[in-house]
Design a protein around this ligand. Sequence first.
Ligand code: ASP
Length: 317
Amino acid sequence: MSQPIAIAIHGGAGNIRMDKMPADKQQSYQKGLENAIKVSYDRLAGNGSAMDAVETAVTRMEDYPLFNAGRGSVVDHRGKIEMEAAIMDGANLEAGAAVGLERTRNPVALARAIRHHSQHIMLNGEGAENFAREHSIPQEDEQYFITDHRYDQWVQLDEQGAVSLDHNAPQGGEEIGTVGAVALDGNGHLAAATSTGGMVNKKYNRIGDTPLIGAGTYADNRWGAVSTTGHGEYFMRLVAAYSVISMREFGGMELTRATQLLIHHKLDKLGGQGGLIAIDPSGRICMPFNAPGMFRASMRNDAQEPLIAMFDEQTND
Ligand code: ASP
């Protein structure tokens, strides 16, 4: 049999309920997920690498204002955005990440440039965005990123003095979420990427799990690739993405068991909420979560159509 190719994406987890979401809103999410999964799968099918595919998927979702990454990022307690992203190549364990971004249109593209063109893994704030300009990575004005909905969401939460997962925050319009992708390409290489605006009303300069290699993002060709979403402080304490890999490597577990244990045992026990997407070298995809819903989609070369799902009752892992 030929080498399988496969990709999975997420658009965040949280209080995502079918009975709370009007049909037109469901269609908008469906559209955003469908577009990202199809375009990125086409890259894989056209001999693109896993790194190309995850960057393409995440870029599409960063550009789609319904998701909490790039355009449409949530607002911190000053009313400003700070975005972060990471990407990891399972073929050589090389990685790039960027945090504290205010102007970079596609944080995932900057993370990949840092992996390729610097001797470092993570750059922060002004230094990161100067690096982006030096490498011709597009920058935008603040107005590009902050949608009216984000501003209203923040005003409501700030009045309560609360910090929240995007999908659990008071909603002036759409529910939205952190984005991520994992992929297996035709050469058997795996990659993972994750991008976010973080938590609504977070303290400025707060960094979450998303850009941390091992917590929010990890890939190793031998065992799998993982991208997480949810309350970052919990995923950081669990070193969640790498925990899945090490349960496989040192505990001999199948991907399904390792990802279920992480979400439904370790994360539950700690009191955290969220989910993850993961893929193994055979193309098996797992997408467990312990929140009411998680925006997600996947596509494999043995399927005719992508699988696109949002709610608990449509679990597919
Ligand atoms: N994990 C992200 C963070 O804590 C939030 C999310 O996934 O929605 O920054």
